[in-house]
Design a protein around this ligand. Structure first.
Ligand code: FES
Ligand code: FES
Length: 171
């Protein structure tokens, strides 16, 4: 029996450092879930199709099932657990995208939701005031088996409003 060699890897996730020992082939998605205990990142297809495993790597949405943990050592990773904003309370405040999903009922079973939240968070930085078509384009790479997407599109548009409201100090 061969024993797989383990590598010491330091992952920067949601502002914290996680020192983990992983085989060279450990997927980032598995490292986040199993080694860091951050199970908010969901794994669906495991081959880059569904988008459920999307996390932000230096602010860019990446499919964590297509990335090796060892290749993420120098990056700042944001998972769904890291989206909540610090408001001085223990639980923090929902991010604009999270709040919009709540306001617009943008989820049903919730399996796809972490991937949508991270994808839209990055998408709104690029396109802060999307049209409905742009909102659909923003989420075109993420699959949802429950919602029919209508309320997710509404959530994108609502999130854009919330970002603007918070910037104006209105929310
Ligand atoms: S689990 Fe990564 S894209 Fe589906
Ligand atoms: S809410 Fe169930 S898969 Fe999207």
């Amino acid at each position: 029996m061969t024993t797989e060699q383990l590598h010491d890897v330091r992952l920067h996730v949601n502002g914290s450092v996680h020192e983990v020992q992983v085989p060279a082939r450990r997927l980032l998605s598995d490292a986040l879930r199993h080694d860091c205990g951050l199970t908010g990142t969901h794994v669906g297809c495991e081959h880059g199709v569904c988008g459920a495993c999307t996390v932000l790597v230096d602010g860019t949405p990446m499919r964590s099932c297509l990335m090796l943990a060892v290749s993420a050592v120098d990056a700042e990773i944001t998972t769904v657990e890291g989206l909540t904003e610090d408001d001085g309370t223990a639980q923090g405040r929902l991010s604009p995208v999270q709040q919009a999903f709540s306001d617009c009922h943008g989820l049903q079973c919730g399996f796809c939701t972490p991937g949508f939240l991270t994808t839209i968070t990055a998408g709104l930085r690029e396109t802060p005031d999307p049209t409905e078509d742009e909102a659909r384009e923003m989420i075109a790479g993420n699959l949802c088996r429950c919602t029919g997407y209508q309320n997710i599109v509404k959530s994108v548009l609502r999130a854009s409003e919330i970002v603007a409201e918070r910037e104006r100090g209105e929310a």
